[in-house]
Design a protein around this ligand. Sequence first.
Ligand code: ADP
Ligand code: MG
Length: 368
Amino acid sequence: MLSEFQETLLQSVKAYQSTQLVKNKYENVLQHLDSGIMLFDSDGVLTFVNVQMARLLEIPRHSLIGCNLLQLLRHPHLSRFKKKKILRLYRETIFYRKKNHELVDEYGRYWLTTVTYGDQMDGDFLLSVKDVSDFKLIEQTAYQNDKLAMLGKISAAIAHEIRNPLTAIRGFIQLLRPHLIQLGRDEYARIILTEIDRANDIIYEFLNSSKPTAPQKTVMSITSLLKEVVLLTESEALMKGCEIHLKEADTVMNVSIDVKQIKQVLLNMIKNAMDAIEEVEGDHAGVIDIHVKPEGRYVNVTIRDNGNGMDKALLARLFDPFFTTKEKGTGLGLSVSYRIIKNHRGHIHVDSVKGAGTVFVIALPLVI
Ligand SMILES: Nc1ncnc2c1ncn2[C@@H]1O[C@H](COP(=O)(O)OP(=O)(O)O)[C@@H](O)[C@H]1O
Ligand SMILES: [Mg+2]
């Protein structure tokens, strides 16, 4: 028989063991939380650090426990970058008493830090750090989209308004032309007219890109469209010293497209290829290879040139509206093409090697 004392002792041990179990369980949960957690006691000594926090600091966990803030800042494994961030965090949250502070780490990720102390913490200081990069990205994209939509509307209105005075100028220059010819200054009229036409082209392309009309679709063979486009561009290509080879496929591949829009895309691409070939210095036999191939539910139209090619930086900005490397370029060709192809539920892929050439692949859904 157990004495009353032993009975009480046994119960206390059991109670202790079960609290210990619960404690271990919660500690385990805290350890593996995806947020970083750090707890300082009222003497400023670090009593708890979870796995994520140690990972963030890039310091082994066991060497952190027992440190105070000063020791942490002097820790041999702590990078200068992190030290600066911690000092900033300390200033913002303890000195200026801000509850939250946002910081960006050296890998470009955003972290929201929260400090909790006071009565609710029994004198302890709790620091938690949460990865908010994904929210940040959504926020930034939404802001960017808003800005772009607004900018698009304003620019479309301005562009439209500019066309009217341009038309008037064009008309009056034509009326003045005979007088300029008399003065032997026909050249001036010619330059003014071509420049007005260029301005009109830019506005036309821009309005097209900011207000893409819904595609007026017809079903047709992609090969016959390509043949037509090649016919349209061949003479210009020959003049620029390059050849266009169209390799047809045996099978009939039908696509449901807005013929005018897809023609515009193909002309843009071929024109770009010709420009790229012209850029190559010296005697250069330019070749533009075009071929079509079915791939699953899509047809791939490949346009390959041996022009000057592009580096990574240029490739990254290729589809940006108004991005151009050409003196007389508008920088709208590819951004408009991208939008047209997207409206057709297709996609554009591009690959390029600086100094060697470029390949554009346009994938369009097949009509089966
Ligand atoms: N096939 C190509 N080879 C090399 N560079 C190209 C090619 N296609 C496009 N580019 C680059 O992309 C830029 C943007 O093209 P685009 O949107 O058609 O505008 P633009 O032709 O008016 O400059 C060009 O200025 C050029 O630098
Ligand atoms: Mg172009």
